[in-house]
Design a protein around this ligand. Structure first.
Ligand code: NAP
Length: 247
């Protein structure tokens, strides 16, 4: 895939889907900034792997819920590389409970990590990318942002919010040459889904036409496409990567 830009920040990329996005984009020649919250050792190991495969990258630790730290993180990247071409807002958490037992704190913590942070990242990306009148952002939403899910009123609200917010950013930023799209993964094999009980996993699999969970690499390739020159006329779109679970 071809990329006009040169570097990318992927939030929450020390493990899971984010790490695979970093591997994939490094493979396409981009300098990848691996963000982590607590997983510094994983971030360093991933960077070593990327460098030893001939890729370019660096690590940058900050908590995406902190507006100040997120802004400083982007400033650090721009002072190091001169610009930021691409951003993937991937960091996310779950805190599942039936709504009737969910405290406001449980709701807000998920909204803060998943939705507020994505807002901060998108807003700061516009400021930086506008200077070159070029850039692209992909926000990682979820299938449950479209369908809802029992036990996930907080998570589904955050992910549904990302889909709508991405479209608003796309409209506002198109005149500045910046594209915003979201990806809605279905069930993907990572630590986030490893904790699901086997019978629940089997129940989900029976509802997936491709009859399996997706692999992080399959999300990473959709993200790469939406950042690449090959999607230059696509903005405000929501790309489903879910094995046909929702069409
Ligand atoms: P994961 O394996 O649990 O990894 C989550 C990542 O987010 C970790 O790198 C974690 O960093 C980082 N993170 C969490 N809170 C953060 C914070 N406040 N600041 C910075 N980084 C933070 O999750 P995943 O399955 O790869 O999911 C990645 C994204 O895909 C999430 O947005 C998730 O909602 C979405 N998604 C996943 C699935 C799925 O089936 N797995 C499906 C749909 C959507 P630390 O390790 O340092 O804490």
């Amino acid at each position: 895939m071809r990329f006009r830009g040169s570097n990318v920040l992927i939030t929450g990329s020390n493990r899971g889907i984010g790490a695979e996005i970093a591997r994939s984009l490094a493979g396409f020649g981009l300098k990848v900034w691996i963000n982590y919250r607590s997983g510094e050792a994983q971030a360093k190991a991933l960077l070593d792997e990327i460098l030893s495969n001939g890729g370019r990258g660096d690590i940058i630790g900050f908590d995406v819920t902190s507006e100040k730290d997120f802004i400083n993180g982007i400033k650090h990247i721009v002072s190091s590389d001169g610009s930021l071409s691409y951003l993937v807002n991937n960091a996310g958490i779950t805190n599942d409970k039936l709504a009737i037992r969910m405290r406001v704190e449980d709701f807000i913590s998920v909204i803060d990590t998943n939705l507020k942070s994505t807002f901060i990242g998108c807003r700061e990306a516009i400021k930086v990318m506008s200077k070159k009148r070029f850039g692209a952002v992909v926000n990682i939403s979820s299938i449950v942002g479209e369908t809802g899910n029992a036990g996930q009123t907080n998570y589904s609200a955050s992910k549904g919010g990302i889909i709508a917010m991405t479209k608003s950013f796309a409209i506002e930023s198109a005149p500045r040459g910046i594209r915003f799209n979201s990806v809605t993964p279905g069930f993907i094999t990572t630590e986030m889904t490893n904790s699901l009980k086997d019978e629940i996993k089997q129940d989900f699999i029976s509802k997936i036409p491709l009859r399996r969970f997706g692999e992080p690499k399959e999300v990473a390739e959709a993200v790469a496409f939406l950042l690449s020159d090959h999607s230059s006329y696509i903005t405000g779109e929501t790309l489903r990567v879910n094995g046909g679970m929702l069409m």
